[in-house]
Design a protein around this ligand. Structure first.
Ligand code: HEC
Length: 189
């Protein structure tokens, strides 16, 4: 009885091996191709030239806003105006976004003392006379296009949010140079 079972198992194993082996390569050469156009589709392997199709000329991503001043920072500085009102909600949003995207390099008050410094080069202070004197639109241009080693944040931060961040930077600047009236207001006088 025992012998019989062993024999049977051996036969079964042989059968399985045969069917597995004969299965090999079968899908490469079927007996009958019933949808030749699909079977012999012009499929390309990844990285093969031509596999990375370029979008049709003029294609733009959904929600894309063209930026007319990409190569014209002076034009941006002169012609763009901050369209967002500095309401409490906008200031809070600007703060949250600054603390998400900018603080790592520029630091909590924009002094250029972010957490990544000195592993990354220290950015210039956003409290400088230069940036105080810049119109909002010039800061907008830097966020949109980047500047030298600072990358563009256009993909991460929507237009209205960039303007909100700028309102918050103005608040940071004012917090470091308060007027007598600001101090009195802060002290509740
Ligand atoms: C990865 C680090 C990094 C991040 C994040 C970053 N910056 Fe910068 N930023 C820099 C560096 C470095 C420079 C100086 C670039 C140069 O050499 O011109 C700079 C320059 C600037 C300038 C121009 C300063 C000047 O004096 O010319 C502004 C304005 C600015 N950043 C705003 C922002 C804002 C707003 C954010 C957040 C949306 C941000 N940056 C995020 C690194 C960063």
């Amino acid at each position: 009885m025992k012998q019989f079972t062993t024999l049977n198992l051996t036969a079964l194993a042989a059968l399985i091996a045969m069917s597995v082996l004969s299965g090999c390569g079968k899908h490469e050469s079927p007996n009958f191709v019933y949808m030749p156009d699909m079977y012999y589709s012009p499929a390309l392997k990844a990285q093969e030239p031509g596999s990375n199709r370029m979008p049709v000329k003029g294609t733009i991503p959904r929600g894309y806003q063209p930026y007319a001043f990409a190569k014209n920072p002076e034009g941006a500085g002169k012609e763009l105006k901050n369209p967002v009102l500095a309401t409490a909600d906008v200031m809070n949003r600007g703060q949250a976004l600054f603390n998400t995207y900018c603080i790592v390099c520029h630091g909590p008050n924009g002094m250029g003392d972010g957490y990544v410094v000195p592993k990354m080069p220290r950015p210039p202070s956003l409290q400088s006379d230069k940036i105080r004197g810049w119109p909002d639109s010039s800061i907008y241009h830097v966020i949109t296009m980047g500047q030298n080693i600072m990358p563009s944040y256009a993909a991460q931060i929507q237009s209205a949010d960039r303007w909100a961040i700028i309102h918050y930077i103005r608040a940071l600047q004012r917090s470091q140079n308060p007027t007598a009236a600001d101090v009195a207001a802060a002290e509740g006088k």
